[in-house]
Structure formats: structure tokens, C-alpha cells
Design a protein around this ligand. Structure first.
Ligand code: ATR
Length: 285
């Protein structure tokens, strides 16, 4: 018999709560990190139905879990079952990372930080004093808008199909961080001006995601003109939105880096270990 020593009675646990979770790359990322760093941790997928969410959270609190990730559709729902949430997570209205500290569960959001870290690395600049156009006002948009505002952006032009959602998101930022968000709809005559004066354009919607790869929310490619253009979609790695932007001289960034860094950040929160640049490079390539 070959004995497997990789999981022992002392092994501590990490996991991913969501529904579905089967497609997630988080188990591979976090288990690779534990192996590289020699930490006795194992990360497991935990698919759960909504009516069992509270029971699962109680079970994770009662057992040897160091922490866990939370994904769709529970990033908001989870907050009420935790003992506390960071100020930033409360502003973002969502938690994707939970850490157990002295037996209590605390919620964090690393999506915004992951977005920012990936942006800074790829773009070689930050959001201070920048004019930004953001497409979308859904669950993915809020952490990004909050983070950009906290980073000192000068203006966010927020465009969404459903105005009620963009107005709500604008209120969160304007009332709690800085009065920088202006709401547009796609038919607004002044939208083109907002694009023209912008330094950075971000798509936070699912439009253009596989299998919908021939679609882009911006059909008039003259809206792109040398800006930095970021699409949080990573499948495909180059959406139509990014391909159009690139053809107009824009620097383009896809969602792979955000996905990677939200995970790295979560792991750093759980373990207190700062992942070195060398390990990051090895993992990412
Ligand atoms: P997520 O958590 O990924 O942000 P979501 O909360 O459902 O998902 O939000 C999806 C975003 O994509 C929203 O901004 C949505 O616009 P609405 O608020 O009007 O629904 C946007 N979106 C999705 N499909 C769209 C489409 N065909 N045209 C325009 N916007 C679309």
C-alpha cells in the first residue's frame, strides 16, 4: 500500500462557498500556493444551496477552517452570517473572502484590490486624478467603483442599461467616498464626450463573455482613442470590446490578472504570508 502523507490529522482547511463552484480555478491556485510555501493547508470546493448557507457557515466556524472564499450568488448574502465585515467590504456590499480570527468570522473583499493590483501591474499607472468610464452597475461593478473612488479618481462616468442600478451605485460612491460619479445611459448624446475625455475605460458587464463573443456594448469604435481599456472578462482573453479598443491604439487589459490577484490577496489575508514576486511570476506564467 502506498501511503499518502499530503493530508494528515493536523491539516487545516480552506474552501470555496458558492453555486456553482465546479468551474472555479481557485482550488488549483490555493493548493499550489500551499505546496510551494510548504503550508499544511488544503482548499476544497463547497457547493451549497441557498437554504443551507447559514448551516454551512456555522459548520465552517465550528471546524478547522482557517477561512474561505465566497463566490456567486452569495457574496452579499454571506455578510449577515459573519461576526464582522471590513469597512471596505461594507461599502462594496460584498464579501469574497472570510477569515477566522479567534473563532470569529470576518468578511473581506479582495475583488477591488485584485482589480487594482492587476491594473497597476499591466498599465504601469494608478487611478489618482484619472477620468474613468465604467460600463455596468451589477455585482462586479460595485467593488471596482468603490476601489477606484478610494484611489482618488477625479471622475467616474457610469453607464448602465438599467438606470436605477447605476443611480444606486453612484449614490454609494458619491455619499460615502467622493462626489465623482455621473450617471449616463447608452443613448446619451454626451456619452461620447465622456469617452473622449477619459483616461481609462472599464467593462464590468458580462457582454462579450463566451459564448457571446461577437458582442460588445460599444458598437461605435471611434469611442476608443488611445485610452487604457480594461475588460474584467477573461474568457475569451480578448473580447470584441478589447479587440476594437486595440485597433484604435488603446492599451488593453483582460480579466485574468484580476482573477489571479483576488485569489493571491485572499491567501495573503488567511496566512499572513506576503507572496513573493518570484512565486507570483512562476504561478502566473
Ligand atoms: P455581475 O455580478 O457579473 O455584475 P449582474 O449583477 O447580473 O452580474 O450584472 C451584469 C451587468 O451586465 C449589469 O450591469 C447588466 O446591466 P443591467 O443592470 O441593465 O442588467 C449588464 N448587462 C448584462 N447583459 C447586458 C446587455 N445585453 N446589455 C447591456 N447590459 C447588460
Amino acid at each position: 500500500m502506498v501511503i499518502d502523507y499530503s493530508v494528515t490529522g493536523k491539516t487545516k482547511l480552506l474552501g470555496l462557498i458558492g453555486n456553482p463552484v465546479e468551474h472555479s480555478i481557485s482550488p488549483q491556485l490555493h493548493n499550489s500556493l500551499s505546496k510551494i510555501l510548504g503550508l499544511d493547508l488544503i482548499y476544497v470546493p463547497l457547493r451549497v444551496d441557498k437554504e443551507d448557507l447559514e448551516t454551512l457557515v456555522k459548520a465552517l466556524k465550528a471546524t478547522e477552517f482557517v477561512g474561505f472564499n465566497v463566490t456567486v450568488p452569495y457574496k452579499r448574502e454571506i455578510m449577515k452570517f459573519l461576526d464582522g465585515n471590513t469597512k471596505e467590504a461594507i461599502l462594496m456590499g460584498s464579501v469574497n473572502t472570510v477569515k477566522k480570527i479567534d473563532g470569529r468570522l470576518y468578511g473581506y473583499n479582495t475583488d477591488g484590490e485584485g482589480f487594482l493590483r492587476a491594473f497597476k501591474e499591466a498599465a504601469g499607472t494608478d487611478f489618482k486624478g484619472k477620468k474613468v468610464v465604467m460600463l455596468g452597475a451589477g455585482g462586479a461593478a460595485r467593488p471596482i467603483a468603490v476601489k477606484i473612488a478610494l484611489e482618488g479618481a477625479e471622475k467616474i462616468s457610469l453607464v448602465n442599461r438599467t438606470t436605477q442600478k447605476s443611480v444606486e451605485l453612484a449614490e454609494v460612491v458619491n455619499e460615502n467616498i467622493a462626489e465623482i460619479v455621473q450617471v449616463y445611459n447608452f443613448e446619451d448624446k454626451t456619452l461620447k464626450l465622456a469617452f473622449e475625455e477619459s483616461d481609462i475605460i472599464i467593462n464590468t458587464t458580462s457582454v462579450g463573455m463566451s459564448p457571446d463573443i461577437d458582442n460588445s456594448l460599444i458598437s461605435d469604435t471611434s469611442y476608443f482613442n488611445g485610452q487604457i481599456v480594461y475588460d474584467i472578462i477573461y474568457n475569451p482573453v480578448k473580447t470584441k470590446f478589447l479587440a476594437d479598443a486595440e485597433s484604435r491604439g488603446c492599451k488593453i487589459i483582460n480579466g485574468l490578472g484580476m482573477l489571479f490577484y483576488q485569489g493571491i490577496n485572499a491567501y495573503e489575508i488567511w496566512t499572513g504570508v506576503k507572496i513573493s514576486e518570484e512565486i507570483l511570476r512562476d504561478l502566473y506564467n
